[in-house]
Design a binder for this molecule. Sequence first.
Ligand SMILES: Nc1ncnc2c1ncn2[C@@H]1O[C@H](COP(=O)(O)OP(=O)(O)OP(=O)(O)O)[C@@H](O)[C@H]1O
Ligand SMILES: Nc1ncnc2c1ncn2[C@@H]1O[C@H](COP(=O)(O)OP(=O)(O)OP(=O)(O)O)[C@@H](O)[C@H]1O
Ligand SMILES: [Mg+2]
Ligand SMILES: [Mg+2]
Lengths: 258, 258
Amino acid sequence: QATIISIANQKGGVGKTTTAVNLAAALAAARVPTLLIDLDPQGNATSALGYEKKEGGSILGAVRDAEDLAGKAIATRIANLSLIGAETDLASLEVELQRKENYLHQFKKHFAPLAQGGKYRAILLDCPPSLGLISMNALAASNTYIVTMQCEYLAMEGLGQILKVAGSLKDAGANPDLELAGILLTMYDARTNLSRQVEDEVRKHLAGKVFKTTIPRTVRLAEAPSFGRTIFEYDPFGPAAAAYKALGKEVAKALGLK
Amino acid sequence: QATIISIANQKGGVGKTTTAVNLAAALAAARVPTLLIDLDPQGNATSALGYEKKEGGSILGAVRDAEDLAGKAIATRIANLSLIGAETDLASLEVELQRKENYLHQFKKHFAPLAQGGKYRAILLDCPPSLGLISMNALAASNTYIVTMQCEYLAMEGLGQILKVAGSLKDAGANPDLELAGILLTMYDARTNLSRQVEDEVRKHLAGKVFKTTIPRTVRLAEAPSFGRTIFEYDPFGPAAAAYKALGKEVAKALGLK
Ligand SMILES: Nc1ncnc2c1ncn2[C@@H]1O[C@H](COP(=O)(O)OP(=O)(O)OP(=O)(O)O)[C@@H](O)[C@H]1O
Ligand SMILES: Nc1ncnc2c1ncn2[C@@H]1O[C@H](COP(=O)(O)OP(=O)(O)OP(=O)(O)O)[C@@H](O)[C@H]1O
Ligand SMILES: [Mg+2]
Ligand SMILES: [Mg+2]
């Protein structure tokens, strides 16, 4: 049975895609069979891994026309890592979900055969920067979720909202099993007081819910997607690869993936 | 007659809010009577200016219950700058818009008295990181729009999408007058090749559509919102204040606001 993990936060540009791609690669490197699903119409996870958007290659056909989702997974060049990428038309996914009877549990329905098929041990979902039906469906279908938060003030402000919304999905019975895996602090810049202050604040208020691993701000992480490479391929001996490797270990241990 | 300017981009974290707040402040300082409207349920523009979300204080009541929008504008501590802020419930704005007959022109209807009332010369709209009904309504109600783009690869990828969507609103007749004011390059880090490469690429492909002014990456812009201050109040003699002042001049000249 695979563990389904949403990477979510309605705040934009906080490292959701960068984390989805590099955490998936870290788990795969630790020999955890992993599937990454790009749920963002922008398709950043797809291109950051070096793959093209392909018509009919995304989750859209499964939701709209009940196509088989498992068949859309492609094996990537990275051992133990498969991808269900985006397509240009993915922008209409939100509208397709609205049309469905049981609009909150569409992803859950389509993910079930993937989760129970025995092929994957972890399924990561890269969510768009909003709390619309795509992210709600992702959270409703997940066992657990990671909130990435850049170490800046405006990102800290939005933290309460995503935790509240996920909590209400759980309490309302839409997904009683949903648990927070943790808050990941990203783009931590040790040279600035701001990062330290935000880190202190978050660790104080949400003690125990914040991953020990923090991801440093490094231009290597912003460069890697332009080559379609993970950080392990692009800058394997740098601080970002070390951080995502450590995160992989921390997540695998916390979720019993190894 | 006020010029309505959307600050839009579905890519998250590219400096939309930072630009909406500081460009509004720059125009106000140049004695252009300016109204800033926070259309993002996150309410970052409201808090970055130092104001609280107030129940009934946002555009939601106008769309949902046909309340008077002009009355919700508050005069800020900054001369020539007024604000219609966010409220917690603003998250339901997207659903309220879906319910309306003429769902693309709700903002246009409510903005008309503000634009024609003679009080404002410029109305800036801070949009959320998506191309849902909120951003579409904003673009459909605008004379012009600014796309902020952080100087990084993933942000460059999404540029085509926002330009295409705005172009299709114009061509489909939803807003025949909609013109691109320009692309604003933000978070430009002169120490990295990435920023230079992205700038070169964008200025080459979209010659003439990119503002001369570029906003440098500086932690001061990330710190200012935690004090609820514009960059002019927080770091008046730094490079970011100079850049946003120059942008204000460039925008005022391009749009004939002075
Ligand atoms: N630790 C880091 N250091 C430096 N740059 C980073 C880091 N993490 C991510 N980036 C860069 O910051 C930008 C935003 O990151 P990313 O796109 O992963 O965020 P996101 O939350 O997925 O954004 P969106 O809300 O648009 O989906 C990207 O250009 C990315 O390459
Ligand atoms: N030029 C800059 N230099 C450094 N930090 C910046 C700069 N511009 C914005 N920031 C910071 O980067 C983060 C993202 O900026 P901002 O919130 O304005 O982007 P946005 O596009 O409005 O995000 P969203 O998509 O969530 O609405 C914020 O923490 C902001 O303070
Ligand atoms: Mg993303
Ligand atoms: Mg914003």
